[in-house]
Design a protein around this ligand. Structure first.
Ligand code: DP6
Length: 325
């Protein structure tokens, strides 16, 4: 019988962009996100002689993985084998509800789910912090999806595997927020985050961004602990736009936001001013707009999202992190 693990994406409020060690995905700076409860990725796996992987669409049809995707998954399994007591090979089946490569953290959900699965299959006990390191080795932001609620990924210092680590700021019951996700386009991006991180230092804005993160982290944590939405909105939106400005000025430039993204941002700003709504916008590496709002603002933000033509809408609450099924 294969073992199964489930995980979901997370949405960053203070963004992770740039590594001090690309191979080990050791970030230059701290980041902070909310772990979502859906859409999810379920991965079934069992020990085998060789590595193999198949992937399925939400409707059950097979999704052909590219050689690059298979290679990334296989390299992650090989490195996980060095840390955990796993069999020579593995047979994996991935079922993802998350559209890939549009800035919806599908890789965070996949690699946190794999970390959960490999930890479950390991013949040695695995500590939670180790599990998040296994996730991070596949995708940096995946480290934060291993746990629920509001999660920080601390950059730490040094070049050892465990020099960067996660910290839970508050659990999933702390503050009932929603994430309404508007996907304006399913077109997969040309440059993925991994290539982008590797060139982050070429932006003239990068160093100033890194210097500004400790203060923003402090403000964001304070806003979460005090449930101060206005403060959370100000710091998150500032960090989001600062990351995109850095991305757009790196070499080669990365323009992840589309005209549709900017239109949605403008309309949300207008709507929240008019109706006094507690809602903030944020985007990861893609045009997808995340509208994080309080329970009180939820009905109006949902109606706004549903009224968008040619967009797919997802709704998520705060999740409790990856787990075995
Ligand atoms: C913009 O974790 O996707 O979403 O390690 O190459 O998979 P890889 O990078 P990834 O980087 C995420 C960057 C971001 C911001 C964030 O989630 O913090």
């Amino acid at each position: 019988m294969p073992m199964k693990a489930l995980s979901a994406a997370n949405i960053a409020l203070i963004k992770y962009w740039g590594n001090r060690n690309d191979a080990l995905r050791l970030p230059v700076a701290d980041s902070l996100s909310i772990t979502l409860d859906q859409p999810t990725v379920e991965i079934a796996g069992e020990s085998a002689d060789v590595f193999s992987v198949r992937s399925y669409e939400p409707d059950g049809s097979e999704r052909k993985l590219t050689d690059k995707e298979i290679d990334r998954l296989q390299r992650h399994f090989e490195i996980s084998k060095q840390c955990l007591d796993l069999s020579e090979g593995i047979s994996l089946e991935i079922r993802s509800q998350i559209p890939p490569s549009i800035g919806f953290a599908s890789s965070a959900a996949i690699f946190s789910s794999l970390a959960e699965l490999y930890s479950g299959l390991s013949h040695r006990p695995v500590f939670p912090q180790q599990k998040s390191i296994i996730a991070r080795l596949g995708s940096g932001s995946a480290a934060r999806s291993v746990f629920g609620g509001f999660m920080a990924l601390r950059a730490g210092n040094g070049d050892t595997l465990d020099s960067s680590f996660v910290e839970q700021i508050a659990d999933s019951d702390h503050w009932r927020l929603w994430d309404i996700i508007i996907v304006p386009s399913h077109k997969e991006k040309k440059t993925g985050s991994t290539e982008g991180h590797a060139r982050a230092h070429t932006s003239p804005l990068f160093e100033a961004r890194i210097r500004s993160i400790p203060k923003r982290m402090e403000e964001c944590i304070d806003a979460i602990l005090k449930k101060d939405f206005e403060k959370l909105q100000a710091v998150s939106e500032e960090d989001c736009m600062n990351m995109h400005a850095a991305m757009q000025s790196q070499d080669p430039p990365l323009h992840y936001l589309s005209q549709e993204t900017y239109r949605l941002i403008d309309e949300v700003k207008e709507l929240r001013m008019r109706e006094h709504l507690e809602v903030l916008f944020t985007m990861d590496a893609g045009p997808t707009v995340h509208l994080i709002c309080t329970e009180a603002a939820f009905p109006e933000i949902r109606a706004f999202a549903k009224a968008q033509t040619n967009c797919t809408v997802f709704e998520a609450g705060i999740g409790s992190g990856s787990h075995l099924l």
